[in-house]
Ligand binder design. Structure first.
Ligand SMILES: NC(=O)C1=CN([C@@H]2O[C@H](COP(=O)(O)OP(=O)(O)OC[C@H]3O[C@@H](n4cnc5c(N)ncnc54)[C@H](OP(=O)(O)O)[C@@H]3O)[C@@H](O)[C@H]2O)C=CC1
Ligand SMILES: CC(=O)N[C@@H](CCC(=O)OP(=O)(O)O)C(=O)O
Length: 346
């Protein structure tokens, strides 16, 4: 059994980690970390865990936890994992960080976009960006995983085959993405109140969202070019789900069959990436509650552009599911162990 500790188990991403790990055949949760509910039973915080989890919530003592757990998930705000990690801890355990602390290799870039000082830049180089379908080999031997952001997961995986094969003009990419409100976390914020988000869609972080450099980095690594993108997220009135629609200029005329062969080259053996049938487009409802990424594309012959679409559940493939996928790879398990959830609808 893999002994698992979760710091931030009472947030949306942490709660989903608990739900997934309770059903994982090779994992046992030994630490339910929290800031606000210390000593309260986990099942008192979340009624769905009644009679399932009697454990009490603990704090964020990473040094103590490192001695008990084979792996620690940090599902906590930006900056927390960076302030807790140490060489001593990484000698005792592995860390999968769901925040952005180790995703961006250039510390100055991280500090500029996140507006906080990085507390442990010495670990950035060794951290592996845990986009499993792309970095699987490096994940296997990692001690510290930077679990990707939800928008970057959805956007990068939709565009990746075309970028990797050098088939699109990398500086023509525009990403238009929509997210359900669970993406903003469980903490109370006026902007996320029912009346503020219900029956309305709004863009936010326009030309300034912190996921922009993360997506740019990943597309730069894939294409070997320095990439700048336009990325605009929108908040939509649903609980879960991300839909990303990306536009780019094709470098040459291509047929549907040629592009499909490119997507198949990268994804035909990927359990979690579903390349949909021709003219069937990703929808958030068809991936909800699952670790799937549904992708597809359409060539607009009139404009010479390709439209690439992806849908994920932000708390699963965009956070907790991908984190467990990384754990499976790190511990030599089948990648989909405990993750074969069938999407739920309605
Ligand atoms: N929600 C999503 O869709 C996604 C989230 N992420 C990332 O995952 C991380 C968690 O996000 P999310 O679950 O949405 O956030 P939430 O706000 O829902 O949860 C935050 C969690 O962190 C705990 N926490 C907050 N401050 C501290 C602290 N100082 N010490 C210890 N624990 C603390 C909270 O504890 P308590 O509740 O007890 O106060 C809570 O368990 C973030 O880095 C986020 O960016 C990544 C991808 C997608
Ligand atoms: C709707 C909403 O607010 N979404 C969050 C993204 C959540 C996420 O995945 O971000 P990290 O993993 O990078 O924290 C946002 O736009 O900041």
């Amino acid at each position: 059994m893999i002994k698992v500790g979760i710091i931030g188990s009472t947030g949306y991403a942490g709660q989903e980690l608990v739900r997934i790990l309770l059903q994982h055949p090779d994992a046992e949760i030994v630490w339910y970390g929290s800031r606000s509910y210390i000593d309260k039973k986990y099942s008192e915080v979340f009624g769905n865990m009644f009679q399932l989890v009697d454990d009490k919530c603990m704090g964020e003592n990473m040094d103590e936890l490192a001695k008990k757990a084979d792996v620690i998930f940090t599902a906590t705000p930006q900056g927390l994992c960076g302030s807790l990690v140490s060489e001593e801890i990484l000698k005792n355990t592995k860390i999968i960080d769901l925040s952005a602390d180790f995703r961006i290799k250039d510390v100055a870039k991280y500090e500029k976009w996140y507006g906080i000082k990085h507390q442990s830049p010495e670990f950035i180089k060794e951290a592996v960006y845990g986009l499993c379908e792309v970095n699987r080999e490096d994940v296997k031997n990692a001690r510290l995983i930077a679990n990707p952001g939800c928008f970057p997961t959805c956007s990068t995986l939709s565009i990746y085959p075309m970028a990797k094969e050098g088939l699109i003009d990398m500086n023509s990419i525009i990403i238009d993405a929509k997210s359900g409100t669970s993406g903003a976390g469980r903490g109370a914020k006026v902007a996320n109140l029912y009346c503020e988000v219900n029956e309305s869609i709004k863009p936010y972080g326009v030309a300034s969202h912190r996921h922009t450099p993360e997506i740019e980095d990943q597309l730069s690594y894939a294409s070997g070019e320095e990439v700048l993108i336009n990325f605009t997220p929108h908040l939509v009135p649903m609980n879960r789900g991300i839909l990303a629609t990306s536009y780019a200029a094709l470098k040459k005329k291509m047929s549907y069959e040629e592009v499909k062969a490119v997507y198949d080259k990268y994804y035909k053996d990927e359990y979690f990436v579903r390349v949909l049938e021709k003219d069937v487009y990703p929808e958030t409802r068809w991936v909800e509650g699952s670790n799937f990424v549904d992708v597809n594309f359409k060539i607009d012959e009139r404009t010479g552009r390709i439209i690439m679409m992806g849908a994920i559940d932000n708390v699963v493939k965009g956070a907790a599911g991908q984190a467990v996928q990384n754990m499976n790879i790190m511990f030599g398990l089948e990648e989909n162990t405990g993750l074969k959830m069938v999407p739920m609808f309605p």
